[in-house]
Design a protein around this ligand. Structure first.
Ligand SMILES: Cc1ncc(C[n+]2csc(CCOP(=O)(O)OP(=O)(O)O)c2C)c(N)n1
Ligand SMILES: [Mg+2]
Length: 340
């Protein structure tokens, strides 16, 4: 394995470093388990894994405050875990069980948590971007100081509605951080083949939206950039763009033949840039944790993930009559009951 450079002086406490290690590892092990359950036929439909991209959500959630919001695409399990949603409920939803966040009726791409301010989970490429701007509009209207993270991919960045959202977010100075998770591929198409221009974040310039490129394999850099973007939004200066360069190790979804890139390309990224290994090295080199400490964190995470899979398996499938429920809202946004 290639030698890893450890960052000399991370500006965080050893406890924080351990927390990021734990949070990223939870996502990775959870996704590996989801991949296994998919292979066993326990998960049906679409399933897009987040392995390799963990530092993006963990870094940004470390910068976020209680009450901040998030909305993303179909590659959403990591976002849910990072914002504190229960792994049991996420795994049960993946397997279509009653104990899932959408009572087993939504699946991998359609989960929500009002409590954790997680607004999905969206299967239509780019569709979450105007929704994110809308969430930020609501906060501005209510005059609180919440910020919305609106995540989308490098491929989605070529959607027209992204620029309509940029325009409105800028003109109304909405507190939204547009997070471009640039994993360098949109299904089987590389960024080079699909996307004109140099850096995607520069597309905010015509709308007067500042932005920057961030190393998405380094959780500390992501956190730092997140703090800057949030401060900008909370100060009432309007939207901010973070283009976070990351990499997905697995295929686009579970049915991806992966013919568009070489094994060596993936291997090189895993060996030299892996965000979890980087923190591990930092913890060990800085003598903030021993091998045994890390082993016990690994065990703790493995137990959480195994428990979520057991919970999912034991949770029943929804009754057939559940097909007719949760179609229309029974409450208006103001909290009044809807007349039937
Ligand atoms: C409007 C629309 N067009 C096409 C698709 C099919 N599709 C699903 S994912 C995807 C690629 C998106 O890539 P990117 O935005 O980079 O996100 P990533 O999958 O890399 O996270 C496409 C074309 C879709 N779901 N919705
Ligand atoms: Mg992509």
């Amino acid at each position: 394995m290639a030698a890893r450079k450890s960052a000399a002086k991370p500006n965080v406490s050893p406890e924080e470093l351990k927390q990021y290690y734990r949070d990223m590892l939870l996502i990775r092990r959870f996704e590996e388990k989801a991949g296994q359950l998919y292979g066993m036929g326990l998960i049906g439909g679409f399933c897009h894994l987040y392995i390799g991209q963990e530092a993006v959500v963990v870094g940004l959630e470390a910068a976020a405050d209680e009450g901040d919001k998030r909305v993303t695409s179909y590659r959403d399990h990591g976002h849910m875990l990072a914002c504190g949603m229960d792994p049991d409920g996420v795994m049960a939803e993946l397997t279509g069980r009653e104990g899932g966040y959408s009572k087993g009726k939504g699946g991998s791409m359609h989960m929500f948590s009002r409590e954790k301010h997680f607004y999905g989970g969206h299967g239509i490429v780019g569709a979450q971007v105007p929704i994110g701007a809308g969430l930020a509009f609501a906060d501005k209207y209510l005059e609180n100081d919440r910020v919305t993270f609106t995540y989308f991919g490098d491929g989605a960045a070529n959607q027209g509605q992204v620029y309509e959202s940029f325009n409105m977010a800028s003109i109304w100075s909405l507190p939204v951080v547009f997070v471009i998770e640039n994993n360098q591929y949109a299904m089987g198409t590389s960024q080079k083949r699909s996307t004109s221009g140099q850096d995607i974040y520069e597309r905010g310039a015509p709308f007067g939206i500042p932005g920057e490129l961030v190393d998405g394999m380094d959780v500390l850099k992501v956190k730092e950039a997140g703090e800057k973007a949030i401060a900008h939004c909370r100060a009432g200066k309007g939207p901010y763009i973070l283009e976070i360069k990351t990499y997905r190790y697995r295929g686009h979804s579970m049915s991806d033949p992966a013919k568009y890139r070489t094994r060596e390309e993936v291997q090189k990224m895993r060996e030299e840039r892996d965000p979890i290994e980087n923190i591990r090295t930092m913890l060990l080199d800085g003598k903030h944790a021993s091998e045994d400490d890390l082993k016990s964190i690994d065990k703790e995470i493995k137990d959480i993930v195994n428990k979520s899979a057991d919970f999912a398996r034991e949770s029943p499938e929804p009754d057939l009559d559940q097909l007719w429920t949760d179609i229309y809202a029974s409450e208006l946004p103001q909290g009044d009951a809807v007349d039937s």
